[in-house]
Design a protein around this ligand. Structure first.
Ligand code: NAP
Length: 471
């Protein structure tokens, strides 16, 4: 199908890419202000203005490309009957946000499809957006941080970057993004059924901060490789607004989320249905909207660790004897539960801060014995598995001082750290004949259950993905 989007907006382009629709992107460059001015003078309702603008854009491109299907789009923000344009300056953005703060405005999205300079289809959606109350200081801080990004956006916000600006939204994600992809696909499939498109499914990773996350790369790779109609993005949500924002994002169409620091306990608290793993670990890293509308909370860190371990070592026997786990932070919980569930009979837990290890052990199982940080070498002859869950040995962090002289050469040594790929601990263990397992595979495998639940197919962890995530 020869398809053209009469827009160069990166967001709309992303939506078409997510829907696996090949298209050209051409800016129509019509005189929007003039058209708006004359329509406003005629007192045309805002939805007619949006529709006419979308039509002008599509027609202009269609005239030059008669055989193509051309999608024209326009979006207008309406508050108290007035159309709000793109802010012309930081001061105008502050004034606009002060007006919208604590109020509900409408976002009107108009899409039309033209072919041979003739209109074939048109669609209007209206989303109702209730912005939370922002103090003048918050508005100043928002403008300071976001001005360069949002100056071309109606209303002066990017919903996908700061959805926590809103408390309640009645609408659909794609409509709010300016392209009503579901209805567009419905029309194209009816009229051009040889290539049935599918409305993209949506998932995201939620954290604070989140810019460093590798998850969008990983899920983006799986979506592309398997030609799945879907999108996966990273969203930064401050802790105080986590629950309300997650509920709102589910309402606008997300199938689910990965959740990372510092939201994993809050994610567990908001789930209606909790997997036994998440319950025992006390945290959820995966949220899934189920068919009955309820939210399921799961924790796949232990699954990722164990699946990776088994894929890397075909000799590991959990029941062979005790394990030693170093560290008692967030990651340690999942590892302890996964080792016990796999059949490890006893775990020695060793952490710099002994109290933290005691708390963790008493939360999880009587089979965990806490030992002092300085005794970790002494216990080595007794253990068959060693797992480092501390951040020691990671690039930029202090080294893990750990003498493996007494280690049983049949023991397996795993490190959760993946930067560097092979830590000094793993190098030392390899030199003593032990099986070793690095952290990158855990990162990749923990994403699989969520991907399968949201996008409907089980992806593969392969070297191509590993190389991509490590770049
Ligand atoms: P965390 O909650 O901050 O815990 C950090 C742990 O490291 C604590 O046990 C802490 O001991 C210990 N530690 C930090 N500095 C230390 C020092 N100077 N001496 C001795 N112990 C020290 O972090 P986390 O979320 O558990 O993550 C831990 C590591 O696992 C990180 O490197 C992370 O990248 C990695 N990780 C990897 C994956 C994966 O998919 N591969 C998943 C999760 C985490 P105290 O209690 O005494 O502070």
């Amino acid at each position: 199908m020869d398809l053209i989007l009469a827009s160069q907006s990166a967001t709309r382009r992303r939506i078409l890419n997510a829907a696996r629709m090949d298209a050209q992107f051409i800016s129509p460059q019509i005189d929007e202000e003039n058209i708006m001015r004359s329509l406003s003078a005629e007192q045309a309702p805002p939805r007619d203005i949006a529709d006419t603008l979308a039509e002008h854009k599509a027609l202009k491109i269609s005239r030059k490309n008669p055989n193509s299907w051309v999608i024209g789009c326009d979006q207008i923000l309406v508050f108290e009957g007035e159309i709000s344009g793109k802010p012309a300056s930081p001061e105008a953005l502050k004034a606009s946000l002060s007006r919208l703060s604590g109020q509900t405005h409408r976002l009107i999205t108009a899409n039309v499809i033209y072919k041979d300079s003739k209109p074939l289809w048109r669609h209007i959606s209206i989303s109702h957006m209730s912005m939370r109350c922002m103090s003048p200081a918050e508005i100043d801080a928002y403008v300071e941080t976001h001005w360069q990004d949002v100056k071309q956006s109606a209303g002066g916000y990017h919903f996908e970057k700061t959805p926590d600006l809103f408390t309640v939204v009645r609408g659909n994600w794609f409509d709010i993004m300016g392209l009503s992809i579901g209805p567009i696909i419905g029309f194209l499939n009816q009229n051009h059924p040889s290539i049935p498109f599918q409305t993209p499914k949506l998932a995201a990773i939620l954290g604070h901060p989140i810019a460093q996350s590798k998850s969008p790369l990983m899920h983006g790779h799986w979506l592309k490789k398997n030609q799945i109609s879907g999108d996966y993005i990273a969203i930064d949500i401050p802790p105080s607004r986590f629950e309300s924002t997650v509920r709102m994002l589910f309402d606008v169409g997300f199938s689910g989320f990965n959740v990372t620091i510092p939201h994993k306990e809050k994610a567990l608290a908001l789930a209606d249905d909790i997997s036994p793993e998440a319950q025992r670990i006390g945290a959820a890293n995966t949220l899934i909207k189920m068919d009955n509308g309820k939210i399921r909370g799961d924790n796949t860190d232990g699954y990722g660790f164990m699946t990776n371990l088994i894929s890397q070592s075909n000799t590991w026997q959990p029941a062979a004897g005790p394990s030693l786990v170093l560290g008692a932070g967030g990651a340690a919980r999942a590892i302890l539960v996964a080792l016990l569930d796999a059949g490890v009979p006893k775990i020695y837990l060793c952490n710099r801060t002994r109290d933290r290890a005691e708390d963790l052990a008493s939360d999880i199982s009587d089979c965990i014995e806490v030992i002092d940080w300085q005794d970790k070498e002494e216990i080595l002859p007794k253990v068959f598995t060693v797992v480092n869950t501390t951040s020691l040995g990671m690039t930029g962090k202090p080294a893990l001082e750990f003498d493996l002289t007494n280690i049983n050469p049949r023991a397996l040594v795993a490190d959760l750290i993946y930067a560097p790929l092979e830590t000094q601990l793993l190098k030392d263990a390899r030199a003593r004949g032990c099986d070793v397992v690095g952290g990158i595979g855990m990162l990749l495998h923990q994403g699989m259950p969520g991907f399968e639940a949201w996008f409907g197919m089980r992806p593969a962890v392969d070297e191509e993905l590993e190389a991509l995530v490590l770049t």
